[in-house]
Design a protein around this ligand. Structure first.
Ligand SMILES: NC(=O)c1ccc[n+]([C@@H]2O[C@H](COP(=O)([O-])OP(=O)(O)OC[C@H]3O[C@@H](n4cnc5c(N)ncnc54)[C@H](OP(=O)(O)O)[C@@H]3O)[C@@H](O)[C@H]2O)c1
Length: 309
């Protein structure tokens, strides 16, 4: 059994990977190349052109939670099982969303501007208590955020694809047809859903127009779920009050992007889940799956390729 593992691993990590699958031959590589022909599994991205040259390939594992970057048309059409690291960054993503909510609700950038000028600038700001958060996505990150929002005494609304699945901490669960009401009732709309065919561009002009003029939009999962042009217009015209953006349609966000300078926008550089713990949880998922694959056991975090996550 041959497994190609891409990415950077130190000797200790390589030892642990070998120990997880002692019967397999592991090849550590910067990226996938000609040796794909003999590979049974790949950890990392398999370029579309190489898939046709991989007759033995049965498993691809994504080191990221989101698989939008690895789920090519060829992989979708194939019998290859795709697994993800979903859940690895849920806790820091939820923490980052709370940070953005608090900063937006208290106009924290105003304090930071005043501090840089040594100016004492007190202002009346908001409380999260009693406000309504609308969670678009109720997976690992969304449900952790629901619990955190509850601890801040917020009212929690949620949307997910599978409405029959329980959503602890969520006061009201909305189905896809109820999107306008979900938006209209939220003081903060927070996107934690993956980028898929169904979510791409979901936050368009109509969506922002359906939100309260006092509401803020926060995205911590993936750019492209919001139509950036529509979001910019909504922010400039005051159709919504502000935005906190860790994920952007184009990354890195270009230096001339208007998002950098809008006073009601907080930009962070896709950094919300960049913690050592995220890396550790992701590595643990990989170790677990490697062992399962080597032993012929069912894999965890199997992606529903048709759904895109
Ligand atoms: N910024 C970063 O550094 C960073 C780090 C890690 C992850 N991420 C992103 O965060 C995303 C979420 O991570 P996670 O671990 O929470 O993933 P997850 O556990 O797979 O949760 C995804 C959630 O999105 C929901 N969803 C999918 N399609 C939807 C749709 N069309 N409408 C409404 N909801 C939909 C799912 O619904 P069901 O519950 O019904 O299946 C699920 O609740 C990842 O996909 C990744 O893109 C970003």
């Amino acid at each position: 059994m041959n497994i190609i593992i891409t990415g950077d691993q130190d000797e200790d990590a390589r030892r642990r990977l070998r120990d997880a699958a002692p019967s397999a031959r592991l090849e550590f590589a910067a990226h996938v190349d000609g040796s794909i022909g003999a590979a049974d599994a790949v950890v990392g991205h398999v370029p579309e052109a190489l898939l046709a040259r991989a007759p033995r390939l049965r498993w691809v594992h994504s080191p990221s939670a989101g698989v939008d970057g690895v789920l090519s048309d060829g992989l979708l059409a194939s019998d290859v099982t795709l697994t993800s690291s979903t859940g690895n960054g849920a806790i820091p993503l939820a923490e980052h969303a709370m940070l953005l909510l608090l900063m937006l609700n208290r106009d924290a950038p105003r304090w930071m501007r005043a501090q840089s000028e040594r100016r004492w600038d007190r202002h009346v700001h908001g409380e999260l208590a009693g406000k309504t958060i609308g969670l678009y996505g109720l997976g690992h990150a969304g449900l952790d955020l629901a619990a955190k929002a509850k601890a801040f005494h917020m009212n929690v609304l949620g949307m997910r694809r599978r409405t029959g699945v329980p959503a602890p901490g969520v006061d009201e669960l909305f189905g896809p047809d109820d999107f306008p009401r979900f938006l209209a009732e939220s003081d903060f709309v927070v996107v934690t859903a993956p980028l898929t065919a169904a979510t791409a561009g979901r936050f368009d002009r109509a969506a922002f127009a359906a939100m309260k003029r006092t509401a803020c939009f926060v995205c911590v999962s993936r750019g492209g779920i919001a139509d950036d042009g529509a979001l910019l217009d909504a922010l400039r015209r005051g159709e919504i009050a502000g935005a906190g953006l860790d994920a952007h349609g184009v990354e890195p966000l270009p230096a001339d992007s208007p998002f950098w300078s809008l006073p009601n926008v907080i930009v962070t550089p896709h950094n919300g889940a960049t913690t050592r713990e995220t890396a550790r949880r992701g590595f643990d998922i990989l170790l677990d799956n490697l062992g399962r694959f080597a032993r012929g056991e069912p894999l965890r975090n199997v992606v529903d390729k048709a759904a895109g996550y």
